[in-house]
Design a protein around this ligand. Structure first.
Ligand code: GLN
Length: 528
């Protein structure tokens, strides 16, 4: 993923984009539109699957829709590991991002056709395309700055704003097209089936990605020094992207990899034979693949002799991986169980006007744009007194847990009919603060604690934790029924897991801090 081209001579006085290199503008808008397409489609995906056929949906139960969503979302965050590897080895991050964008766009346009084969094909294409794009575009942002450039963290903060501007706008537009009654009436007026409104929503996601690609191509001169293969930059191969250059010549390494793959296939195969194909696909495939990938990453990263300090840092990373997975398992229910809650149990009206349930999917991104600078300022003001990374992680889990207590309470109120959308806004508020405590720290830890040659792999590991979190978040939505008692119970269990994890990590934090005693001591970072 990282092409480590930062030591190429490039003008560090390029301040064309808010004091940052011009290339940041190109990457900012490409990622903004890519996230527009991702979050726009995601906002309506679960609703499309569970809406009655009579109103254009697939008419599935939540239990049937959940594994499809879980597999899709987990793949979106799993495949960047492979996309990063392909970029590092064969095509470079810049071309990988372009290829990824094309595949994503085609995926959304494929979803625009109202047929089952195009539905599955579209999901697969979007997941593969995101695998090519997501981590490689972030690696290019890192490459815009030399190692000494102090603007790097701020550059990532700006980039994160782009992500969330896309994430804010998309559900409003795609959600409106998919769900709004006036729009349905309008397309009927011009000769379309009103039920195809969902597919207008999917197509709109594709148009967003197309716009991102157009400006990626137009701005290509701004990023000519980043995201290239090391050879193309005439760098000595020895120090280029060493993180991912697994010594594939080593037969021992290949044997280990083959054993892992065979073991994973055996586990999935056994599940398929004993429990049936669809059980294996829904419950066993993704967790097995993620665990196998994690072991593979570990073996790859520990090829060379690691120092004692390297091992300590790896131990911290593994602890953070585990807790990060738990956090995303809660947080990512935004698009699954909270989305269904918004659709079925929330009174979606402002001043008497009914808005689409999918609009609530915008709230997290909006709150990130508002609160990211505030949380960043709080950490800055605390300076050296700010909590350690593990404590910030534990705060993230705690806020996520509080969000679930709120949604559990809101669910209990649904015995009296639909509840105010402000409940979900409050839930998203807590989850946003949690995200701001945990996510930037997690990403920064992965890049800063990892032994130098494992940085790319560790970014992939970060995505693996999000992948696993998304998988569980998707599967939990399978339990969704519009029943106050059932929902309150589910949300209380999730709240218990999150708060329990927060307390456990808080208790472990002095121990984790001791493992940090390395030359690479973490430096405080602004929210990425
Ligand atoms: N909203 C951010 C993004 O889309 C982070 C969320 C996540 O990675 N789970 O990149």
């Amino acid at each position: 993923m990282s092409t480590d081209s930062a030591n190429n001579a490039r003008p560090s006085d390029d301040r064309a984009f808010f004091g940052h290199p011009r290339g940041l503008s190109t990457l900012f808008f490409t990622e903004m539109w890519e996230r527009f397409s991702y979050y726009g489609m995601r906002a309506i995906l679960m609703l499309y699957m569970t809406t009655a056929v009579a109103t254009g949906g697939l008419g599935w139960s939540a239990a049937d829709a959940a594994p499809i969503y879980a597999l899709y979302a987990a793949s979106v965050y799993f495949l960047p590991l492979i996309g990063g590897w392909i970029a590092d080895r064969f095509i470079g991050a810049k071309r990988a991002t372009f290829v990824g964008g094309i595949i994503i766009m085609l995926g959304h346009f494929t979803l625009a056709f109202p047929m089952m084969p195009t539905f599955y094909a579209g999901l697969i294409l979007v997941a593969i395309g995101t695998g090519f794009l997501k981590s490689n575009i972030s690696a290019m942002v890192g490459d815009l700055y030399s190692k000494e450039d102090e603007r790097r963290d701020a550059g990532f903060s700006i980039f994160y704003m782009g992500i969330n501007i896309g994430g804010f706008l998309a559900p409003l537009i795609c959600g409106y097209l998919a769900q709004n009654a006036q729009f349905r009436a309008w397309i009927e007026g011009i000769g379309f089936d009103p039920n195809s409104s969902w597919h207008f929503g999917f197509a709109c996601a594709g148009v967003g990605m197309a716009l991102g690609l157009v400006q990626y191509v137009l701005g290509r001169r701004n990023i000519k020094n980043v995201g290239n293969l090391p050879q193309a930059e005439a760098k000595p191969v020895a120090d280029a992207g060493a993180a991912s250059s697994a010594p594939t010549q080593d037969p021992g390494y290949i044997v280990k990899m083959v054993v892992i793959i065979l073991a994973a296939v055996a586990v999935i195969g056994f599940a398929a034979i004993s429990q049936g194909f669809s059980y294996a696909l829904s419950y066993v495939l993704m967790p097995t693949v993620v665990v196998a990938a994690l072991i593979g990453v570990f073996i790859t990263g520990t090829q060379d002799k690691l120092t004692r300090d390297d091992w300590k840092r790896l131990a911290v990373l593994m602890i953070l991986f585990l807790f990060s997975t738990i956090f995303w398992m809660g947080f990512e229910q935004a698009a699954t169980s909270f989305n269904l809650f918004a659709d079925k149990l929330t009174d979606n009206r402002i001043f008497g006007w009914e808005f689409p349930a999918s609009w609530l999917q915008s709230v997290n991104s909006l709150l990130i744009v508002i609160f990211a600078p505030i949380v960043g300022a709080v950490w800055m003001a605390l300076g050296k007194r700010q909590p350690s990374d593990a404590v910030k992680f534990s705060l993230g889990l705690l806020f996520a847990g509080i969000g679930f207590l709120v949604v559990a309470y809101a669910a209990s109120l649904t015995t009296g009919g639909k509840v105010s959308p402000m409940w979900l806004v409050l839930v998203y508020f807590f989850h946003t603060i949690g995200e701001l405590c945990l996510s930037p720290v997690g990403l920064a830890s992965m890049t800063k604690l990892a032994p130098a040659r494992m940085i790319s792999l560790m970014l992939g590991v970060w995505f693996l934790s999000i992948s696993l979190g998304n998988y569980v978040a998707g599967m939990i939505a399978g339990e969704f029924v519009a029943d106050a008692a059932v929902l309150t119970r589910i949300f209380m269990i999730v709240a218990g897991v999150l708060v329990g994890a927060a307390v456990l990590l808080f208790a472990l934090s002095p121990f984790v801090k001791r493992l940090y005693t390395t030359p690479q001591e973490m430096v405080p970072v602004e929210p990425a």
